[in-house]
Design a binder for this molecule. Structure first.
Ligand SMILES: [Zn+2]
Length: 191
């Protein structure tokens, strides 16, 4: 838009302005009915704009019990935006193999990497034993997320949920250490 175009736009905006004498200038937030700025409603507004509701995605829920970087991992996992080999291949990126670099038996999907690979199984086994939960073989990460020890109040559920995501974070970090050729943590060190 050239300068004259910008001037026309400005004029058309100002044409709608009605000045009222004896009333102080103030800011109005037009994204909600009460016209008051609220962080929570801003999050909903942003979600409505950038998320496609037809995809039936889970809501973004920030867990205050865990660090921001772990919340970001949770967001990426829920939206299948973790760059595991199978996802990169799905996006048309030319890679030599999609086989998991840890076990070399299966394609490296998000679920395989975080739940079903031998390294992940050994870590989940210990975490679940710590919380007195019998380990079952999980095939998807969602099965783990919905799992919850009985009798927990809301705060404890948040902590449990945080433990699930922090464990996933360290499994993912461990995987990246392996992919990028640095020292690999053993499962006891992760715990
Ligand atoms: Zn594997």
């Amino acid at each position: 838009m050239g300068l004259l175009g910008e001037l026309d736009s400005l004029r058309s905006l100002l044409d709608q302005v009605v000045l009222t004498p004896d009333v102080r200038d103030n800011w109005i937030w037009t994204s909600n009915k009460v016209e008051i700025y609220r962080v929570n409603e801003t999050r909903h507004t942003i979600d409505d704009i950038i998320l496609d509701s037809s995809l039936n995605l889970q809501q973004t829920k920030f867990n205050r019990s865990i660090p921001l970087k772990v919340n970001v991992l949770a967001w990426r996992v829920k939206r299948k935006r973790l760059p595991v080999l199978a996802e990169l291949d799905n996006k048309g990126i030319d890679i030599d193999s999609v086989l998991c670099l840890n076990c070399t038996n299966m394609a490296e999907s998000v679920d395989h990497c975080l739940v079903a690979c031998s390294n992940a199984i050994s870590i989940w086994n210990k975490v679940l034993r710590w919380w007195n939960i019998n380990y079952n073989s999980f095939s998807t990460f969602e099965e783990l997320v919905v799992l919850s020890p009985s009798g927990l109040n809301t705060k404890c559920k948040d902590i449990w949920n945080g433990i699930i995501w922090i464990t996933a974070y360290y499994i993912w970090k461990n995987r990246n250490v392996k992919v990028f050729g640095k020292n690999v943590m053993i499962s006891d060190a992760v715990l």
